[in-house]
Design a protein around this ligand. Sequence first.
Ligand code: ADP
Ligand code: MG
Length: 158
Amino acid sequence: MLSLVSTSPEETFRLGAQVGQLLLPGDVLNLNGSLGAGKTLLVKGIGTSLNIPQDFITSPTFTLINEYDGTYPLYHFDVYRLEHGSELEDIGYEEYYYGSGITVVEWGNLFPNYLPDDRLDIVIERLGEQERKIEMTGIGTRGTQIVNELRRSGTCTY
Ligand SMILES: Nc1ncnc2c1ncn2[C@@H]1O[C@H](COP(=O)(O)OP(=O)(O)O)[C@@H](O)[C@H]1O
Ligand SMILES: [Mg+2]
């Protein structure tokens, strides 16, 4: 696990950009943390590394999924408002998760049965007005690889 503390929105954005640089088609990120933690901001950072302007990226809370055209497609889910995970089946979530784009799921832990075995788990915890603890855990071969690459690239750890 990789754990760090962000002390500003800019820092969280930059971390997202760092993560975004390492991502490849088929990667899935499971992003959790209370409302206002900084999940969507982190996705904006990821998007910037995929050449998606940050203003394009908005919260998919009401749309369930937003799709962006970048270096690779970015599929941005927010499953907060779903009542049943089976609604993900209705929209064919597997086509996204196992497709040729990068998928980020906000609130993925609400429906753990609908997460792929291989993924990067990120938890953001609000410590103060501007302080956020960010923990990243690689699940499966690819998830582990991403965390190792982040560590190697000097993403600070505690
Ligand atoms: N260190 C920080 N990291 C991320 N967001 C921060 C930080 N400090 C303050 N914020 C603010 O918290 C809010 C996070 O909003 P958002 O990314 O939409 O959260 P979420 O998607 O988790 O509900 C933004 O208004 C942002 O400016
Ligand atoms: Mg959000």
